[in-house]
Design a protein. Structure first.
Length: 119
């Protein structure tokens, strides 16, 4: 009996380590950006002046994110599917996004449930 309990506890521990951090729903406000340009080009990689380049990258299926004042959240799930097709109307615009937020190895992600233009 002791061995069975030890095995079950060990399996639960291993499963907990293998699972990503629990996702918590959160609302974030920021700009929809092409992550590569936003991180490498800094100020030149965002805003209206970079909208055309960001759109080209998004249409190619490059990772798109929501850039807030303190982080970039990589968009995952349905909104990132089909070469970001559901995000194209929001590229280089400020939005309010709600979704499940996770973080792994310092990279924040959001599985978008809803998105709307910020006022």
């Amino acid at each position: 009996m002791r061995n069975l309990i030890s095995m079950v506890a060990g399996a639960a521990f291993v499963a907990a380590l293998a699972m990503p951090a629990l996702a918590a729903d959160m609302t974030v406000k920021g700009e929809v950006v092409d992550i590569a340009c936003a991180t490498s080009k800094k100020e030149a990689g965002k805003g209206a002046g970079h909208a055309t380049c960001a759109m080209v990258c998004a249409k190619k299926g490059q990772p798109v994110g929501i850039m807030t004042a303190d982080a970039i959240y990589t968009v995952t799930g349905d909104y990132a599917a089909n070469t970001n097709s559901k995000l194209l109307d929001f590229v280089a615009k400020n939005v309010i996004v709600t979704g499940a937020v996770t973080e792994k190895d310092g990279v924040k992600s959001i599985n978008v449930k809803s998105i709307k233009l910020a006022n």
